[in-house]
Design a protein. Structure first.
Length: 633
């Protein structure tokens, strides 16, 4: 796992920016703490920061050239089937000088060019420079586990693993207001857009060909999904379970390859417990790591994590944190975020990654299962809408009553009223609009009201509408759960969940591997009927049923809790001054000119009221943006 960056200068103006490649590479030092090297060419410069995982010897450092010195690679990620691919290449007469997957990827590209991408089982963002042809080939993995940002203009092409590296090249920092408008609803910015107008994210499953003054983008993968085919799939449930188990075990086994200490995150939920159990079959003395919340017993699942660790005989470590421990890391996290991103559970992931890194360099996780197999509250809500009867109609009819009830995430009754309001409002919307609304924390009108008049004028509504339409294009007028899940994979998983884990783990030099996102497993899961994933009684039905005899019985029949942090308490106490006197102060809001002070003031009043609803998530989004804006302004 590493950090990569580079520049292709098209003219003299572009060449001027080559002087920044060293600073751009250094900006990625947390992603790759073990080694740095840079190739400086006439038009092309490539920088690499290495986190050594496979073949940790110096001979596997990057940038790496082939024997002819024509091709050069910089690579962030892992190819888990590299040994099989290497054997094929050796059989064709190709020789190797390292034991790394990097060299295998380079030789596979030389042999097969862009077709090599369909052969790779792993996660990656990489660049291969053809010195003879003066071209760059850049690709990103199928689901966006690894990030890749770029800038293309008449003078140059720039790319990097993170925005903090891109900005080192001295690019213009013009805010994209369609991105900001989306962010104020979702708390993240979906690819290919970024917070800056000139910077784009390479979409998952895509690659770029860059030559002198030209850039071409192509898709090489999308989830092979047809709603009609999935719902009419004749495979029996028991047979599907067996194949699912076989594919997942193979995926976990592939992801155990490493020449450094490897462990597993263990939350106490079904997904991480399954991954841990399967890993323990193939790796003795497996280390597992959990994070607990001493002050927030409702969200503390370490009892279940310990139970699983004992069940599979792992070497288990619990990091038990107070609210103050969590708060102490907030400023470090805000400083590391280089594009507004406000999933507050990133705080817990950051601390878990930091503590895990003291004992391991690689960790397995259960990410991806919820999006593939219907694990979220919203999936249960969609299921109720799709099969609605008198109960659901009654909830919708009583919406005016739910709205006057106190709503809050901080107590069970208030949270129930909050969910009833969201459900009742969602029932009134079209399938696409319902999805978009349930994906976020604020509606379009609420987000738009936050803008000042000047900011409103800079928002290109047509651009925003086009991006939104693209995000929900796979949801038909009468949706199935599978339609929702494939949209979640493309929107929520890659832009929120995987971004969070990559950003927070790499801030601590930790590689996180996600067995549920093996492409063979994903392709199979999306060939199955919705009913195999969720029904009226159970979410993530296939996972739960498949591993019922494998996991401790106590893990079943308990509510999903998620990874929450006590934002509301912080806002009322430790962060109150930061909100009122600094980031959301009247003076800064009016000087800044982006937001409408009256609307910000309303949110502040709601935050400190007895009926805060979901406002703390919106306030956190504003805090993250304001901190970022002050750092970049």
């Amino acid at each position: 796992m590493c950090g990569i960056t580079g520049i292709f200068a098209f003219n003299l103006v572009g060449r001027f920016h080559k002087i920044n490649v060293t600073a751009a590479t250094q900006a990625l030092h947390k992603r790759g703490p073990d080694y740095q090297d840079i190739y400086l060419g006439d038009r092309v410069c490539l920088g690499h920061r290495r986190l050594s995982i496979i073949d940790t010897r110096d001979v596997s450092n990057q940038p790496m050239w082939d024997e002819s010195k024509r091709y050069c690679i910089i690579f962030n990620g892992e190819v888990f089937n590299y040994r099989e691919l290497k054997a094929e290449l050796i059989a064709k007469g190709i020789s190797f000088f390292t034991e790394s997957d990097t060299e295998v990827l380079l030789q596979l590209y030389i042999a097969e060019k862009e077709k090599c991408l369909t052969r790779l089982n792993g996660f990656f963002a990489f660049c291969i420079y053809d010195k003879q042809e003066e071209t760059l080939f850049i690709a990103r993995d199928r689901y966006g586990i690894k990030p890749l940002l770029y800038v293309f203009d008449e003078d140059k092409f720039l790319f990097a693993s993170e925005m903090k590296s891109i900005v080192q090249y001295g690019m213009e920092k013009e805010i994209d207001y369609a991105s900001l408008y989306t962010y104020l609803q979702l708390n993240y910015i979906p690819a290919p857009a970024t917070i800056f107008t000139k910077v784009k994210k390479l979409l998952p499953g895509h690659y770029l060909h860059v030559s002198l003054g030209k850039m071409e983008q192509q898709r090489y993968y999308s989830i092979p999904y047809s709603s009609a085919a999935a719902e009419s799939n004749g495979i029996g449930y028991e047979q599907a379970k067996d194949k699912f188990k076989s594919l997942l075990e193979a995926s976990v086994q592939r992801r155990l390859v490493a020449d450094v200490p490897l462990g597993s995150f263990l939350s106490g939920g079904i997904d991480s417990s399954v991954v841990t159990g399967l890993a323990s079959r193939h790796k003795s003395n497996l280390h597992t790591f959990s994070i607990g919340f001493r002050d927030e017993k409702f969200f503390d699942e370490t009892t279940y994590a310990r139970l699983v660790a004992k069940h599979f005989n792992t070497e288990h470590t619990v990091f038990s944190l107070t609210n103050n421990d969590l708060y102490e890391h907030v400023h470090s996290i805000l400083d590391y975020i280089d594009e507004p991103f406000a999933d507050s559970s990133a705080i817990a992931v950051y601390i878990l990654s930091k503590e895990t890194r003291r004992r391991a360099t690689v960790a397995l996780s259960g990410d991806g299962a919820d999006e593939m197999l219907a694990g979220y509250n919203k999936h249960a809500a969609f299921q109720k809408i799709i099969q609605k009867g008198w109960k659901e109609n009654a909830v919708g009819a009583l919406l005016p009553l739910w709205k006057v009830m106190p709503q809050s995430r901080s107590n069970p009754l208030g949270n129930t009223f909050r969910q009833l309001v969201r459900f009742g409002e969602g029932m009134k919307l079209s399938s696409k609009e319902r999805y978009w609304r349930w994906a976020g924390y604020a509606g379009e009108d609420e987000a738009g009201a936050l803008f000042s008049d000047a900011a409103h004028q800079r928002l290109v509504q047509q651009e925003y509408a086009s991006r939104k339409a693209e995000a929900v294009k796979l949801i038909p007028e009468k949706e199935s759960i599978n339609d929702i899940l494939v949209t979640d994979m493309n929107l929520v998983l890659s832009n929120d969940m995987l971004t969070k884990v990559d950003l927070m783990s790499m801030a601590n030099g930790l590689e996180v591997r996600v067995p549920f996102l093996d492409y063979e497993l994903v392709n199979f899961v999306f060939s199955l009927p919705s009913s195999y994933k969720i029904n009226a009684q159970m979410r993530k039905r296939m996972v739960q049923d498949a591993y019922r005899d494998f996991l401790p019985a106590e893990l079943y029949n308990r509510p999903k809790k998620g990874f929450e942090v006590p934002l509301l308490k912080w806002f009322h106490h430790e962060m109150k001054s930061l909100i009122n006197d600094d980031l959301l102060s009247e003076q800064l809001i009016k000087e800044q000119g982006i937001f409408n002070w009256e609307e910000i003031s309303k949110l502040r009043r709601q935050l400190f009221s007895s009926n805060p609803g979901d406002v703390h998530a919106r306030i956190w989004g504003l805090i993250v943006f304001q901190w970022w804006w002050k750092k970049n302004h």
